[in-house]
Design a protein around this ligand. Sequence first.
Ligand SMILES: [Zn+2]
Length: 74
Amino acid sequence: MRTDHLILTYVVSLLAALSGLAIYSELRSRRFGPTSSEDHIFRCKKCGLVYTDDADVDRSRCSQCGQANDAIKF
Ligand SMILES: [Zn+2]
């Protein structure tokens, strides 16, 4: 009887730890998702290079040829 109780406690705590880990990784991936897409995406009009820059800039210079480009809006 005592061993059964110990096993039950072990299984329950293991399941609790697993679900806690699943919720934690779910929350982390949700928080990470919007943050990564906040960067502006640019496509160079001159050479066609696609690159990203900070979200607070509307125009960014192409790192390959120096052409200033507008951010792509979705
Ligand atoms: Zn370019």
